[in-house]
Design a protein around this ligand. Sequence first.
Ligand code: S3P
Length: 435
Amino acid sequence: MRKIKLDTFPVGGLHGIINVPGDKSISHRALMIGAISEGQTVINHFLWSQDCRSTLNALRQLGVTILENKEQVIVHGEGIGSLKSPEQSLEMGNSGTTTRLLMGLLAGTNFTSSLQGDESLSQRPMKRVADPLSKMGAKIATTKRGTLPAVVTGSKIHGTNIQLQVASAQVKSAVIFAALQADAPMTVTEKLPTRNHTELMLRKFGADITTQSDQKTINIKPVDKLRGQVINVPGDISSAAFFLVAAAIVPNSKVLLKNVSLNPTRTGILRVLEQMGANFRIFYKENKDESYGDIEIRTSSLKSIRIAENDIPALIDELPLVALLAACADGVSEIRGAAELRVKETDRITTVIQELSKLGVLINELPDGMVIHGRKSWKTNTNVLDSHGDHRIGMMMAVAALRTDQELYLNDSGAIAVSYPSFFVDLKSLLNGRS
Ligand code: S3P
């Protein structure tokens, strides 16, 4: 429950260069896929955050040897079927990605494992993963409410076609992990295309996975063997987004973000910035696996925006920041089709509205989104903001604070370590940078 004082306006703008920490989604997947491959998987620019630590510790509990130094992780995989029965319950911490993806990996083992998480994770829906996996023969017991703690009893997995009810990369990835261990090839069809890191990475490790041209239908063949690889994790665009938005809304800023993931299933925030009239340039770099590059951004005036359901998956984690951009734009903006926000680390429709309202932003709630009235300046009505234990709400409010001239504090700032432990160090370096 660490309460800290936030930097507020007047600041002389943000200036400088940031090497954004490694992508969270890719770091989780590199650990898990490395664990079920044969030989060494070397992960460069791994994200050292609490969430990725949850995955690493759980895999160790499952008998995987993982060596670590400051920026590199080496996984000594022993192949599909090599995971060992854990002695204790697997601790998921705050991490939905760890929980849901692991359920897919554990479904086809020959042992039973139990999974538990922190207070926030224990409120989040797990039936969305348990249901499709059950159709494949998995045995997953959750609480009556469909939440953690859960018990996965390893069983024989059948290749059967699955139609997913929610647009979720975590659920899709769990099904794909189980499908690798199935008795026949199968197809998974998504409601809308979601981030495709699992498919790209598994292909690199030797799996036979094809995505059809609709980007929603994925064919997976069972595998006997995956081979360890070197993974260079690009910077996380979901972390870069805090500085993209900070530079766009704080007058007199110019920031260069280096080596950021530019996978099109993740770059919705760039499309939003473009439509709102932000001033930025992208420098793509040569790559074989995941797209990445540098982004340079400067302050500009912003126009309002309308976000609809189809836009959501590619910017799901950036929606709190879209609300902040909209609060600084000319006119009224709308976010709709985003009911998924209600089942994130917090109900992010409620927490975004509650916290931005404290700064005087006029914002109305919808069942599946919000309506935001843009203003040049706001009238703060309290000086204590709250992360609600949600890393992305904490960081978004630290950026919002830069537009206010009142003394402001942030409660529960420790939550930020879930995805970006060095966030305040990087923010300070940009605030101290020279124009
Ligand atoms: C993630 C998928 C998204 C995202 C989360 C990470 C992943 O969740 O919000 O932060 O790594 O697959 P959903 O699958 O629930 O949309």
